[in-house]
Design a protein around this ligand. Structure first.
Ligand code: ATP
Length: 203
């Protein structure tokens, strides 16, 4: 089994997320991509994030698009509200699926912040990394993150995705009353409208 962990805030999940998961699953023959919304993203302020159950519910609706996709609560909030670190999640996944070949799927912007993540060396040992292009971020130049040749061999670049969409811009448009149906799976659009998300105050 070739399994990819796809972590993120998914606030909300959008077309860019689905595009990178599809491209990665196709290019790397992944059997499954686990979309795991983070209870508390270490590098983002929690107060401005939509509550986890809504983000997980939207993710569950969106992953119906592809049988290789699944929503996961591996990164559910911790009882003490401490941050969810990817290194812990990958270790957990390794224990759950000891025979799987593990991948971690990220956009170029996230990967370039790897030096700020907890235990970067361990992260590159636990999984192979699939790093996907994102408009505005230089995927080819990984020199700022100082990888050894062994680490570099575990990093795969995928340069075929050109989705210029971010959850931040989506939230702004939703707040302004635009339903953003061009950027959201229809079921997610309906969920957002039903639950009045992203309306009055910024999340
Ligand atoms: P925000 O704007 O709130 O920071 P985001 O759109 O970047 O959100 P996240 O949920 O933080 O979305 O992203 C999860 C993962 O998906 C990250 O690894 C991110 O780099 C990647 N990603 C998100 N949008 C794109 C995109 N348009 N192209 C490529 N990768 C993306």
């Amino acid at each position: 089994m070739r399994v990819a962990l796809f972590g993120g805030t998914f606030d909300p999940i959008h077309r860019g997320h689905l595009a990178i998961a599809t491209a990665a699953a196709d290019a790397f023959q992944l059997d499954s991509v686990l979309f795991a919304p983070a209870g508390r993203q270490p590098l983002k302020p929690l107060a401005q994030t939509t509550p986890f159950p809504h983000r997980l519910a939207m993710t569950q609706l969106a992953v119906a698009a592809d049988p290789r996709f699944a929503a996961s609560n591996l990164d559910a909030p911790h009882p003490d509200h401490s941050p969810n670190y990817t290194v812990d999640t990958l270790q957990h996944l390794q224990r759950q699926q000891p025979h799987a070949t593990l991948f971690a799927l990220v956009g170029a912007d996230s990967f370039l912040s790897l030096p700020h993540w907890r235990q970067p060396e361990q992260l590159l040992t636990l999984a192979q990394w699939i790093v996907v292009s994102r408009p505005g971020f230089a995927l080819e130049d990984l020199s700022p993150i100082h990888l050894t040749p062994t680490q570099l061999a575990r990093v795969h670049l995928l340069n075929t995705v050109h989705e210029d969409v971010s959850a931040t811009s989506l939230r702004h448009r939703l707040q302004a009353g635009d339903p953003c149906e061009d950027l959201l799976p229809p079921a997610v659009s309906t969920y957002i409208a039903t639950h009045h998300l992203y309306t009055a105050t910024p999340h």
